[in-house]
Design a protein around this ligand. Structure first.
Ligand SMILES: Cc1ncc(C[n+]2csc(CCOP(=O)(O)OP(=O)(O)O)c2C)c(N)n1
Ligand SMILES: [Mg+2]
Length: 350
């Protein structure tokens, strides 16, 4: 894996964690209203998947989508301002946390309704297929969304028409407080795809490198025209379902066990094991240092100081986003009215 990609993914994971933890604080401070569903613990999924996609691929996500939007390139300022309900938000402050949207960057939402992402993805996939473009749609959904009718209808259509859609299940094992084995007769989500003859795999969603690799392979097959694919990303959310949920239905020991598998820590460990620090190098001996230095220069990846620097960078990006959101104006009623009627230019309103 090349250095730029590795740094980019680690930085995005650090940014995701920092942004979401800060959003929780801003919610408590009363600067964010409504629902707020946060992503800590699941970063490797959005980051690995979206980094493996092309900019021309479309992303459709759920209400837990701040990180997906940022990884796709929506500026953290525009995301934070949207959470604050301000005019400079990516949906002009009228969508809020669950309705981020950026058409230019092909980030097609942000949907609050469970199971709503599939039909949107199918529509986009159909448009791509009709135009025979080399593009794909990535459709995110939770484990709790696989019992919606839209899941089955959409998988059937996608397979029947060989649509270029990658279905990505973020299986964090819970639908609010209900564990997957209590809401699904078949709790290995990937197995359900065989009912529609869609190739599907289970992926360790705590490992950004695995997520990235498996997504790349799936997208490659989609671009070859073989039709849809499904990936089940096994992951875990460290916080409650939303900020108003203390998550007390989950045993402490379970939460702690998954925290041990923190995807960011894992990515850092992988980076550091590839690139030993000065102490480890000196233990190896001078010749090895030379050899290793040459190797490191060739590979030119990362060290501990660089990780610290990345952390400082993302913290200042988040601070800047909060300042920006605070200063951004509130939308007024006329702007809300214009937005409501944006598709009705030719209609006569009574
Ligand atoms: C059609 C519909 N039914 C119920 C809800 C209420 N609801 C919001 S989130 C959620 C749980 C979804 O869980 P999952 O798909 O696993 O996603 P996660 O929150 O774990 O990311 C439910 C039932 C909704 N938003 N839409
Ligand atoms: Mg879930």
């Amino acid at each position: 894996m090349d250095r730029q990609l590795f740094h980019g993914m680690l930085k995005d994971m650090l940014l995701a964690r920092s942004f979401e933890e800060r959003a929780a604080q801003e919610y408590s401070a009363g600067n964010i209203a409504g629902f707020l569903h946060l992503y800590p613990g699941e970063e490797a999924v959005a980051v690995g998947v979206i980094h493996a996609a092309d900019q021309s691929d479309y992303i459709v996500s759920t209400y837990r989508e701040h990180v997906h939007a940022m990884v796709r390139g929506v500026p953290p300022r525009a995301v934070m301002a949207e959470l604050f309900g301000k005019l400079d938000g990516c949906s002009k402050g009228m969508g809020g946390s669950m309705h981020l949207f950026d058409r230019e960057r092909r980030f097609m939402g942000g949907y609050a309704i469970v199971g709503e992402t599939y039909p949107v993805a199918i529509g986009l996939g159909y448009a791509i297929a009709m135009q025979r473009l080399p593009e794909a749609v990535i459709c995110f959904f939770g484990d709790g969304a696989v019992n919606q009718g839209t899941f089955h209808e959409s998988l059937n259509m996608a397979a029947l028409w060989k649509l270029p859609v990658l279905f990505v299940c973020e299986n964090n094992h819970y639908q609010i407080g209900t564990e997957i084995h209590r809401h699904s007769a078949v709790s290995d989500v990937y197995q359900r795809a065989c009912g529609y003859d869609i190739p599907a795999h289970k992926v360790n969603g705590m490992d950004v490198l695995e997520v990235h690799a498996k997504t790349g392979e799936a997208l490659q097959r989609i671009r070859e025209g073989t039709g849809p694919q499904l990936l089940e990303m096994e992951t875990y959310r460290f916080r409650g379902h939303s900020v108003s949920d203390p998550g007390s239905y989950r045993p402490r020991v379970e939460v702690d066990a998954f925290r041990q598998r923190d995807p960011i820590k894992q990515a850092e460990r992988e980076a550091q094991s590839l690139y030993p620090d000065a102490q480890q190098l000196s233990a190896v001996g001078a010749d090895h240092i030379q050899l290793f230095s040459a190797h490191l220069q060739q590979q030119d990846l990362i060290n501990e100081q660089e990780i610290v620097k990345l952390q400082q960078q993302v913290d200042s990006i988040v601070e800047d986003a909060v300042q920006f959101a605070q200063q951004s104006p509130q939308p007024d009623m006329q702007q809300a009215w214009d937005a409501l009627n944006c598709n009705r230019a030719d209609e006569v309103l009574i």
